[in-house]
Ligand binder design. Structure first.
Ligand code: HEM
Length: 420
């Protein structure tokens, strides 16, 4: 049967799994090995707000925690209850992306905006990310794409799930949502990954963002001449307070979605499969009862989420968790630690399918809760459901190195070799 052009392109795009590899240079080995456990050991001495002056955490270096403003006090916020109270308090804890991503991504970057402007920008796209629109998108694109990728793995007798599956699905689905040209899937995946590596390779992230700006500006011109049903056309027609967005605002918006939607979901998918196949009997449990898939995905993302830390800053002096944190301090919110907080979770390091859903902080909380969470969940759950159907004997390749989930800022396995 003839495949549509976008599907042909998705199957043949030379996407390199290395784009999404975790390489956190200069971070102490003890932290790399178990960042959540390391934070828990410091928290027992320091409390929920752990000082990290000049990027040093408990005496060990974590260079990317260093504030871009020399001498600015920096803390890592841990603990489920404390962190949740930080995430929902957008009066005392502001977005801190102007010091990290705004120079790369633009002044109106949605994740860098604060009230009241943030809500106006977010409202522009909330409908496109709601359950109804996402179902329409995934019904049309996800099933054929994932089926074709899994059948290819089946025909080969196995494969490497990060390269053959996880780094192909999110870029294509996001491409369909925004309206990216299928011929550019590999380029968009590469640029997204380079932008997300800003904490380690700033100049390269700037160069990638500049290239993505040119690509999006070209698409804007094409859509203005010939509008389509995609998000880019929608943004061009959208208004805030009766005014159209400038081209630069549209670029900022579309460009933010590309790394936010691709890298995180690719990493999450690698982790979900690595966990399902590494934990004895877990894949078989889902084979026996596929209704457990959403719970399993949620639980694996709690156990090892793709985004482990997000930046905020204090607006004024704040008294929190027994500490006075000064105004204008950088706060790294350790979502990964909160998701394993032993004071909140029973058996925090176990993947347990009997937990109540909806409590993890994987997608953050409050006004900036990940706008793509419905889409990401759908991609992950849909892919697992299809794998159970098409590859019921899926298992790790015993001859290959077992998947290693790693990373302090972003976390996922670089490889997951399988047999079918
Ligand atoms: C497993 C996959 C994903 C994870 C773990 C994830 C996680 C997050 C986190 C932790 C935040 C930060 C919230 C904050 O600043 O408090 C965020 C924000 C955001 N995410 Fe995601 N995300 C994922 C997938 C996606 C997808 C698929 C998209 C879009 C297609 C997306 C778009 C965004 C956007 C636009 C924001 C900024 C929202 C705002 O500031 O209002 N994400 N995400």
């Amino acid at each position: 049967m003839h495949k549509p052009d976008w599907l042909e392109a998705a199957l043949s795009a030379p996407i390199d799994a290395g784009f999404f590899a975790t390489a956190e240079g200069g971070v102490d080995a003890a932290i790399l090995a178990d960042p959540q456990g390391y934070l828990e050991s410091l928290r027992q001495q320091e409390g929920d707000f752990i000082p990290a002056p000049e990027g040093v955490l408990g005496g060990k270096p974590v260079p990317f925690l260093q504030s871009p403003v020399p001498g600015r006090p920096t803390f890592v916020a841990t603990g489920y209850e404390t962190l949740k109270s930080v995430l929902v308090d957008d009066r005392h804890f502001l977005q801190d992306y102007e010091f990290s991503l705004a120079p790369i991504m633009g002044e109106t970057l949605i994740s860098g905006l604060n009230p009241p402007v943030h809500a106006k920008y977010r409202a522009l796209v909330s409908k496109a990310f709601g359950a109804k629109s996402i179902s329409a998108l995934t019904d049309e694109s996800l099933e054929p794409l994932v089926t074709a990728l899994l059948e290819r793995i089946a025909a080969q007798g196995g494969g490497e799930l990060v390269a053959d599956l996880a780094c192909r699905i999110p870029v294509v689905i996001l491409g369909q949502l925004i309206g990216l040209p299928p011929t550019g899937y590999d380029r968009f995946a590469e640029l997204a990954a380079r932008i997300m590596a800003f904490a380690y390779h700033w100049d390269d992230a700037m160069a990638a963002a500049a290239e993505l700006r040119e690509l999006v500006l070209g698409l804007i011109e094409a859509r203005r001449a010939d509008p389509q049903g995609d998000l880019l056309s929608h943004l061009l027609a959208a208004e805030i307070d009766g005014e159209r967005l400038s081209d630069e605002d549209v670029v900022t918006f579309a460009r933010a979605l590309i790394p936010a939607g691709i890298e995180t979901t690719t990493r999450g998918m690698g982790t979900v499969f690595a966990a399902l196949l590494s934990q004895p009997g877990l894949y078989q449990r889902l084979l026996a009862d596929a209704s457990l898939v959403p719970v399993a995905v949620e639980e694996i993302l709690r156990w090892n989420g793709p985004a482990q830390m997000i930046p905020k800053k204090t607006s004024i002096d704040v008294e929190i968790a027994g500490r006075v944190v000064p105004a204008n301090a950088s706060i790294w919110c350790a979502l990964g630690h909160a998701n394993r907080d032993p004071q909140f979770w029973d058996r925090p390091t176990e993947i347990a399918l009997d937990r109540p859903r909806g409590r993890s902080l994987t997608f953050s909380n409050g006004a900036h809760t990940c706008i793509g969470n419905v889409l990401a969940r759908k991609e992950l759950e849909g892919t697992v459901q299809l794998a159970l159907r098409i590859l019921p004997k899926l298992r790790l390749d015993p001859q290959a190195q077992a998947p290693q989930i790693q990373g302090v800022l972003f976390r996922s396995p670089d490889r997951c070799a399988v047999l079918v």
